[in-house]
Design a protein around this ligand. Structure first.
Ligand code: UDP
Ligand code: GLC
Length: 384
């Protein structure tokens, strides 16, 4: 099975990390075509996954853009689509991993007569996409994709609700390399060292692991801290990946205005997530719009860290409240503070929940199994 993957981003977002895991599992020739250069290309090269940047100039159109911006980008799109179509001729199928990759992949699939698969990592709903973009994505998926792989039931439901054809969709959760998540005991020593290094040894550390973007809701955790005792502090891991500079500035201003400076650490983008999660007493996920899947929630579970997730989208499928974590209404800083406090005040119960989450996540999100599911869906498609 020779696959030509297309992804719009040069950055290391969740969809890209998921694609790196999938592409690595195919021994036969694959190629990942990127619509932008960046650290994702470097990561793929270091993993020895063949990668090619298909265009020198990043596409200007954004999720919330209207028709005018879309039409403006056409000039750039035509040569890109032609190049993708020529490349696709050497492969059995085109696998579009992101919305802009769907635009390029759909037309390249028509030109090259190669079947198109769309891996849907998004919730196609007004909270995330303009009306024009929702209509365009649904049209392209319905007209050109032979298979849509949705990263959660929530993403599948939103796709259908927006007009997408239900019979094309298969749900496959993200999988994780379980060996990359050592059992909690193995992390005890680095945990103590890292907490000391960060000056957080005797604090209750709430970790937030996400790119800095308004809908990821870092401001909600900052707000929750103002309702919590001084010994509760927060560690933010992640950077702005898609030009959210104004939000980053607003977060720093919020820290200043609310007098939180000595209770906050911003670490920027980091690669060793398990080691950093192990240093935390709890992981908070605070997205204010429905999260399509939420890799960080599963990663926290695999590190046996208690996790509080925002109750919307795919997150609801990952966490069973009181059993494998906790769910908080999105945007509700008071409730988040209350949940953090109750976790801090009941350490044994909280740790038991985190241990159960670890075991459950190891069964539900095993990379070998999810890759196998993707492979069988692709096989069925190519045999049809
Ligand atoms: N991540 C990372 N370094 C960081 C922050 C995040 O490697 O500094 C990873 C995180 O471990 C997760 C992914 O980025 O695997 C984010 O995926 P998620 O599904 O949570 O959200 P997305 O950003 O894709 O919407
Ligand atoms: C996207 C979504 C995120 C999901 C990831 C992997 O980046 O925003 O929720 O976990 O894709 O499917």
């Amino acid at each position: 099975m020779k696959l030509f993957f297309i992804d719009q981003s040069g950055n290391l977002g969740g969809a890209e990390l998921c694609l790196a895991d999938i592409a690595q599992s195919f021994e036969t020739p694959v190629l990942i075509g990127l619509l932008q250069d960046g650290p994702f290309r470097e990561r793929l090269e270091s993993l020895q996954v063949p990668v090619q940047v298909l265009t020198k100039q990043a596409l200007q159109v954004r999720k919330e853009s209207g028709l005018a911006a879309g039409l403006k980008s056409l000039q750039q799109l035509i040569p890109l689509i032609q190049k993708a179509a020529r490349t696709a001729a050497d492969y059995d199928a085109i696998y579009a991993n992101t919305p802009k990759a769907l635009v390029v992949g759909a037309l390249a699939s028509a030109l090259s007569r190669r079947p198109l698969v769309y891996h849907l990592h998004d919730i196609i709903a007004p909270e995330h996409f303009s009306k024009t973009n929702r209509q365009l994505l649904i049209f392209l998926a319905n007209r050109f994709a032979r298979l849509v792989i949705a990263n959660s039931n929530a993403s599948k439901a939103a796709f259908i609700e927006a007009g997408g054809q239900a019979d094309k969709v298969e749900v496959v959760y993200n999988g994780f390399d379980l060996d990359a998540y050592p059992v909690a005991v193995a992390l005890e020593e680095p945990r103590a060292a890292l907490r000391q290094e960060l000056g957080l040894s005797n604090r209750f550390v709430v970790g937030h692991f996400s790119r800095l973007a308004p809908w990821k809701g870092q401001h909600i955790l900052l707000e929750a801290l103002t309702h919590l005792p001084e010994d509760v502090v927060a560690l933010f891991v992640g950077d702005a990946l898609f030009g959210e500079d104004a939000y980053v500035e607003a977060l720093h201003q919020q820290v200043k205005d609310q007098g939180l400076s000595d209770r906050i650490r911003f670490l920027g983008f980091q690669s060793d997530i398990p080691r950093l999660m192990a240093a935390c007493d709890l992981v908070a996920h605070t997205s204010t719009a429905p999260e399509p899947f939420g890799r960080v929630i599963v990663e926290a579970m695999l590190c046996a860290r208690p996790v509080i997730a925002a109750a919307a989208g795919g997150a609801v499928e990952l966490v069973e409240p009181g059993q494998t974590g906790w769910l908080c209404p999105p945007g509700d800083a008071d409730k988040l503070a209350a949940l953090i406090l109750s976790c801090r005040d009941q350490p044994e119960f909280t740790q038991a929940v985190a241990q159960r989450a670890d075991q459950t996540a190891r069964q539900r999100f095993n990379l070998t199994e999810t890759n196998q599911q993707i492979r069988s869906h692709l096989q069925a498609l190519l045999e049809r």
